[in-house]
Ligand binder design. Sequence first.
Ligand SMILES: [Zn+2]
Length: 389
Amino acid sequence: MKKSRILLTIVLFFFCIVTPPNNLEKTTVLLLSFDGIRWDSIANIQGFDFLKKNGFSANKSRSVFPSLTFPAHSSIATGTFPKRNGIISSSFLERNGNIRFSDEKEAVWQNEPPMWYFCEKNNLKTAVLKWPLSQGGYRGIFPSYNLPYTSHSSDIETLNFIFELLRKKNDRPNLIMAWFSGADHSGHIFGPKSNEYKSSVLKSGLMIETLLKEIEKDNMKDKVILMVTSDHGMTDVKGEVDIVSKIPKKGFFPYIAISGPLANIYFENSRQKVETTNSLKIFKRNFIFFSQIEMPSEISLGSSSRVGDIIAICDFGFIFKPFKRERETLRGMHGYDPSYLDMHGIFLAYGKGVPKKEIDEINLVDIAPTILKIFGLEKSNNFDGKTLF
Ligand SMILES: [Zn+2]
């Protein structure tokens, strides 16, 4: 008798530990990021229209500085700005050990935990599908399902995997974060005013429609919350700026990390800094440059070991010429100050408990605290963003 009571206590104890609070196992938040979709490109497209009419929507979503894919996705995932989460560009150098970031997409590069980490820590299941900077674990915690990020990925494959996860019924993940190529590639190659860009946005709308039908068909309407966002907008390229050939470079240093309109330049000694500053001053056209401490506060990247000794930024519409011409000249670019209207993306949400409301603007850093609030975990971190509903 005594033994069975002990057993019951143990069973109840484990049940309390592994059962998420408030029947949250029944809620699934599906966060989809469609890369590079501009705020003003989704009008009259059915999938987006439905979400706008029936849920919560922002006219624009403000990206971060720099408005580049990796910093923006890291900011969405962590609810913090690049200055804090450490993903200060899509290509940079970590001075501690002089490690290049550009080829690394591991979650551990983030100085702040992504939202899936807090969910998993609280026994909620997560699926992280191709989300930039979410490969591998974070402080020993792993998402329950993971597809690695690749810029050459098939969106259909991702969509099918989402269907598979949604059909898991009682075993459905509580949070699914998925990245889609969206309109980024066609925006870069053909420009944001091109038919190719428009057709990529249309395709993204179709995917949302398909997903909505699946949610409806499987009677999941009162169990799923669908959130759709993009990481940044896109603007026409006006010209290229070649700083690489102007900087006296003999070895690894000065190290020049270029991502679109942003260059972080790192030196080994003060002589290199003086030489580079002098040569950039002579050549200064269609870009500006600052030392770390001179950076204007609204676009400051902080003073961590990842920020260049000099930060050069192109004028709006200009881009830095890459080291090697691996690709054709680009017609569209992003990465600029997020206050430029062309850099704004989208945000829409629909489903269980989501208010029907239209607001003017959200910040990308608002998404993580909003999602974590749904799970009662909004106090997990001191986020830079605020909850939206
Ligand atoms: Zn992007």
